[in-house]
Design a binder for this molecule. Structure first.
Ligand code: PMV
Length: 332
């Protein structure tokens, strides 16, 4: 059934929203299983997403990827490894043509790999006629990109690091629905190119050479617990404090890596100060920054226009993107 779907040339389409972490993932427990060294908590976005179509085609000798209209042969191995997790146990050998489009800048610290692999898993599931559980989807997506395990779900999401040697307890689960606490996001884009050092190699380098890496890992359980309580209580001030603290610890560990990982530019730092000044003035907003120079400002809905106005005026800000919290990855 499954195999014949594939050899007949099954087609699947899916959309997945980008996510970013409020309590970050930085460091791997196992490079092959791609299990994280620490748990994380994220929010999934509704207006930044990846649309993916996958066509299993018996005439193909290898998988193919077209991303944003360009062939990306250099990324095919990662796609193939992820698809093999679905193909191999079912005896499927058919190769696939994957056509994917991000509606936001790719590879610049805006979680394109998260939405990309989540959409890939959902689209492949449809094309192969599978019926995976949400947990199975999350586990397969994790092996494509750690943060992709979270984009399977909408709203607030928690990712567990897990301890099992086969990675079976390393998956994400929903924590709170998007409409239960409708926070909003303003992203200050301060550079548009793809980043030089991807998170995968960056975090591996941090683990072996940053003197702050052990402290980063040791503090995560407490930060996760604080954030969980803050989210359950919709306590914005508490979430703001722990999210900024966690973000700065991740970047401190990254910066102390050898050779160093400085993901920020000048505008990143100016945005960070602008957000802190706003909060000191009583505006409910906090920042977070991933492995790139963009600043994500999370705010209560009533504060969004003020946050946008302030960040737009920061020298070096090229563009603002806004979003609400969005749904999990779904077939389209
Ligand atoms: O999933 P990856 O390998 O792209 O790593 C994500 C790392 C950060 O974005 C910096 C943090 C996170 O939790 O998303």
């Amino acid at each position: 059934m499954t195999t014949s779907n594939a050899t007949r040339g099954g087609v699947g389409n899916a959309r997945a929203g980008a996510n970013f972490a409020l309590i970050k993932y930085w460091g791997k427990a196992d490079a092959v299983l791609n299990t994280p060294a620490v748990g994380s908590i994220s929010i999934t976005l509704d207006t930044l997403y990846t649309d993916t179509e996958i066509v299993f085609d018996a005439t193909l000798a290898r998988d193919e990827l077209v991303l944003n209209g360009k062939r990306r042969d250099e990324d095919v191995d990662k796609i193939s490894a992820c698809l093999d997790l679905l193909r191999k146990p079912r005896g499927v050998t058919t190769r696939a043509r994957v056509t994917s489009r991000n509606n936001f800048p790719t590879g610049a610290g805006l979680a394109s790999s998260a939405s990309g692999f989540a959409a890939l898993v959902r689209a492949a599931e449809v094309a192969l006629g599978l019926n995976l559980t949400p947990r199975e989807r999350s586990i397969v997506a994790r092996q494509g990109s750690g943060s992709a395990a979270r984009s399977i779900f909408g709203g607030f999401v928690e990712m567990y690091a897990g301890t099992a040697s086969d990675g079976s307890d390393s998956f994400a689960e929903p924590l709170l629905a998007a409409d239960a606490w409708p926070l909003e996001v303003v992203i200050a884009v301060t550079a548009k190119g793809e980043k030089e050092i991807g998170s995968r190699s960056g975090m591996t380098r941090s683990a072996t050479s940053s003197p702050y890496y052990p402290a980063w890992v040791a503090g995560q359980t407490a930060d996760l617990a604080t954030a969980r309580v803050a989210i359950a209580a919709r306590d914005f001030a508490a979430l703001a404090d722990v999210a900024e603290h966690n973000c700065l610890k991740m970047h401190a560990a990254a910066m102390a890596t050898q050779p160093p990982l400085v993901y920020w530019n000048g505008a990143t730092v100016e945005c960070l100060h602008a957000v802190r000044r706003l909060r000191a003035d009583g505006v409910p907003v906090f920042f977070t920054i991933d492995a790139g120079p963009q600043v994500k400002a999370v705010c209560e809905p009533g504060a969004r226009s003020r946050v946008e106005a302030v960040l737009r005026d920061v020298p070096g800000v090229l563009d603002l993107l806004t979003s609400r919290l969005g749904p999990g990855a779904e077939p389209t």
